[in-house]
Ligand binder design. Structure first.
Ligand code: NAP
Length: 487
């Protein structure tokens, strides 16, 4: 606990220094972290492979995604308009006189980031949470995931090189390894912590959220937790494209051994011969996929338990399972089906089984399909596979899906999350603890800031973003109009 007190005191000192840096200096730091990680690629990827069982090509791609995220946030900070500056100039002639008010987003303070087991680079030590928090001007304390502790430490060493090169405060980023329930909890409840980022299990995210809300001063926890990502298959497309759909969905269900938060865990359709044909083809595709090692023994045990529980429910029928026997810590890709009236009566079927498993729900008619969707909890994604004719006839289904998730996908698979300004990787509880935010893309920065209004300040006393001569040349709302002009 003494250690955590010291870490959090350092984090506050670092914040008070780091928040004063210019956008160019902050961007320089982010770019330097990307450079240091890239330089360590040959060291990092094999260690991550050893710790996570993830294949080398995947990890190489993930490392590139991580450095690209850092560079993306550097560009965002350098451009500067993300601070949402809004200026309403004074009007002394009004009765009563109108004051000069100017608003912008400012960093919240030290942020605690929990590394995720399923993305040792892109959602861990220097991943999207850390990059977006540093971009905002917050200092960061990382609680490394114990399943890839060495990778986490090596990435942190790359960050330390960037700290030395750029001369930012030595404790702008700190790294803590230890158990979640001791070190992790101590970080969340420490009074200097102002916000938390997390990706992992529902139980873990909920526990952190509870610690944060039991504090004397509650703080936000942005936890991305559980999602079964329902996919609706409409009739026309099943009739026309069954073989292609079976191939692409078998690949999506088993991508990364199903260890993606956007894994399609639920397939929903109205009963027909076309659906039977699709499910037979999907079952055949799944039997051909080889079992592979999961991320760590805990995740493998959770998958095995979840799968056994699911398959032991009354009314469930296995339609495909990997044919080869699974080795130690390997997961069996599996698909099963159940009739909607049974699904609707059994809450077990709505739980996430994290791994290469998907459940098809066969509905008697459209009303039953809508009832299945209405019964689901909040999701990260929902997908509709449909022809144009299907869409025209089923707008109500799509309207319902829009209420369910942060991202709705047409004619694609939910796995694969583009890192860009328009992405929403978030969704209603329990997909996340706060559906107003995303943890992927440039707007992920919004989790680590709060709006502050400066009223009655002289120009030379204001932050640069709010000064009359607009020294950063950013876009602002000045007296209700978007402009990058000076005042
Ligand atoms: P996890 O158990 O939620 O752990 C993630 C992090 O949170 C770890 O650092 C862990 O600490 C910490 N933590 C967990 N419970 C805590 C608690 N009660 N108090 C304080 N800290 C706590 O996730 P995981 O190890 O990555 O995987 C376990 C399961 O999570 C999977 O089987 C899967 O169901 C789910 N998962 C979901 C996603 C997703 O994207 N939705 C991603 C990964 C995993 P320790 O180091 O002590 O464990």
């Amino acid at each position: 606990m003494n250690d955590i007190n010291m870490v959090m005191q350092n984090a506050l000192d670092a914040f008070n220094s780091y928040k004063t840096l210019s956008p160019a200096e902050r961007a320089g730091f982010l770019n330097e972290i990307a450079t240091a990680i890239e330089a360590a690629r040959e060291l990092l990827v094999p260690v991550a492979h050893e710790e996570s069982n993830l294949p080398l090509p995947r990890l190489n791609g993930e490392l590139s995604r991580t450095t690209n995220q850092l560079k993306m946030f550097a560009r965002l900070v350098e451009e500067g308009s993300w601070v949402e500056a809004a200026i309403d100039t004074a009007d002394a002639t009004r009765t009563p006189p109108k004051p000069d008010t100017r608003k912008m987003l400012l960093p919240v303070g030290p942020v605690v980031v929990f590394g995720a087991s399923n993305f040792p680079f892109a959602f861990s030590t220097a991943g999207g949470d850390t990059a977006s928090a540093l971009a905002s001007g917050s200092s960061v304390v990382i609680k490394g995931h114990s399943a890839h502790a060495r990778t986490s430490q090596l990435v942190f060493e790359a960050i330390q090189k960037a700290i030395a090169t750029t001369g930012v405060h030595a404790h702008t980023v700190q790294h803590v390894l230890g158990s979640g329930s001791t070190a992790g909890k101590a970080l969340v409840i420490h009074p200097n912590t102002t916000a938390v980022g997390f990706t992992g299990s529902f139980g873990g995210g909920k526990a952190l959220w509870e610690y944060a809300n039991q504090r004397e001063t509650p703080i936000p926890v942005f936890a991305e937790m559980s999602s079964i990502n329902p996919v609706v298959f409409l009739h026309d497309t099943l009739q026309q494209n069954a073989a292609a759909l079976a191939k692409s969905y078998a690949a999506s269900i088993t991508l990364g051994m199903g260890q993606f938060c956007t894994n399609p865990g639920l397939l929903v359709a109205v009963q027909s011969n076309a659906l039977d044909n699709f499910l037979t083809l999907l079952g055949t595709e799944i039997t051909q996929i080889l079992p592979q090692k999961m991320l760590h023994s805990g995740i493998h045990a959770a998958y095995s338990k979840g799968l056994n529980t699911a398959l032991s429910q009354i009314g469930i029928e296995k339609i495909g399972q990997a044919a080869k026997a699974a080795g130690e810590e390997e997961a069996f890709p599996t698909v099963a089906k159940v009739k909607a009236n049974i699904f609707l009566q059994n809450p077990h079927f709505r739980e996430e089984v994290f791994g290469p498993y998907s459940l098809a729900v066969c509905c008697d008619n459209k009303e039953e399909l809508m009832a299945v969707l209405k019964q689901l909890k909040g999701q990260l994604t929902t997908t509709v596979m449909a022809t144009d004719a299907d869409i025209t006839a089923n707008r109500d289904i799509i309207d319902l899906q829009t209420t369910l998730a942060g991202r709705i996908i047409l004619n694609d698979v939910p796995t694969g999350v583009e890192v860009c300004a328009s992405m929403v990787h978030g969704g209603p509880y329990p997909a996340t603890t706060d559906s107003r935010f995303t943890s992927v893309g440039t707007t992920a920065i919004k989790r680590w800031v709060r709006p502050v209004c400066f009223q009655g300040f002289k120009d030379n006393m204001l932050p640069d973003a709010l000064k009359n001569n607009n020294p950063q040349n950013i876009w602002r709302i000045v007296n209700n109009e978007w402009t990058n002009a000076t005042i």
